[in-house]
Design a protein around this ligand. Sequence first.
Ligand code: NDP
Length: 364
Amino acid sequence: MPAVQPPAVVLVTGASGFIAAWIIQRLLEARFNVVGTVRSHDKGKFLQELYKGFGDKFTYAIIEDIAKNGAFDEAVKNVDVVVHTASPIHFSAKSPDEYNVPAIRGTVGVLESVANNGAKVKRVIITSSVSSVLHPAPDGYAYTEDDWNDHDVKQVEEKGDKASPVSMYNASKVLAERAAWKFIEGNKDKIAFDLVTIMPSFVLGPTIHQVKDASSLNTSISLFRKYIIANALPAPPSKESLLTSPGGYVDVRDVAEAHVQSILRDQAGDQRFITSAGSFHWQEFLNHLIGTPLEDAVNKGYPSEPSLTPNPPYSNGEKATKILGIQYIDKKQVAHDTTSSLIQRFPVQATKPAESSTRTGESS
Ligand code: NDP
């Protein structure tokens, strides 16, 4: 399958999201034309303003319900690549279908629309997650692209609505990604495009997407804010929560770059890629901020205490370095840039104790 070069047209679903906004930014910088799908004109207009420096290279299309049959039929006509990011990511659902319907139907729907109407499309890139990889594992275990998270799928099958929302979300990412690979396998002789899946760990970094107020932040940045920014929680975060590793982290700009390089590089076709810079615990980010000009804005925590999980299992992001050329932004820079962006958009004086609809967990 040939790699696609600018000025080809890329359709990005879920354009209003944290990660998608950066993918679009990087695509425009690389001179691609981009059509973003959003659920409302208000969201589309915000993006048009954000990317106005790129002239008419960004446009948007409204798709209100990604789970509807044929939802993407019109949008995929005359585009060369589709990047599908739209999927619910929060931890407040009451039933698995709240995730599964948009996640699985949305993903399969994109592929069906491309197969039926996207004659020019050469590659589809799906934003999956390390949630579709991570399963219970011993200390030091290195997850790779060969791993699959059957654990949460089983949990949700067994417990249904009683499963934890984290398990429900994780399972939706596994089921959506598996459905995508199954579609490709089952339609090989009928389709003229290939598939790439990108599996980010916990995504941090600066935000450029539309956010009404701090309580409407996307899930991963909202959690960073709660653990890092002073007074974001009614009480300081516990020692255990700061010193225990919730998993791996990656900067949103690296995730965006991985999507762009997946378009540009021929050898990315039909591959899964973990994007992860390594494991973290929240105190490590705080330690990089203490003693800097950002110190007053952040919690102090327990700077001289050791990690409670010194050798956690980790997601190995080396394949994305080797094949996509991703050189991961380090922890210090991630801590600095995420914090600076947050306090610039939501000044600390104005910060109120958060109302939480999210929770921590081994999820991304
Ligand atoms: P955001 O919540 O910022 O973005 C989610 C996007 O999906 C938004 O554009 C949202 O639209 C859209 N969306 C959600 N539910 C629906 C739905 N039912 N119908 C139509 N559109 C919908 O999250 P992120 O940018 O963080 O996540 C983007 C993708 O990356 C997701 O697939 C997520 O699973 C994946 N991911 C995220 C990680 C992270 O740590 N942030 C880690 C690993 C994977 P709207 O604005 O209209 O709500």
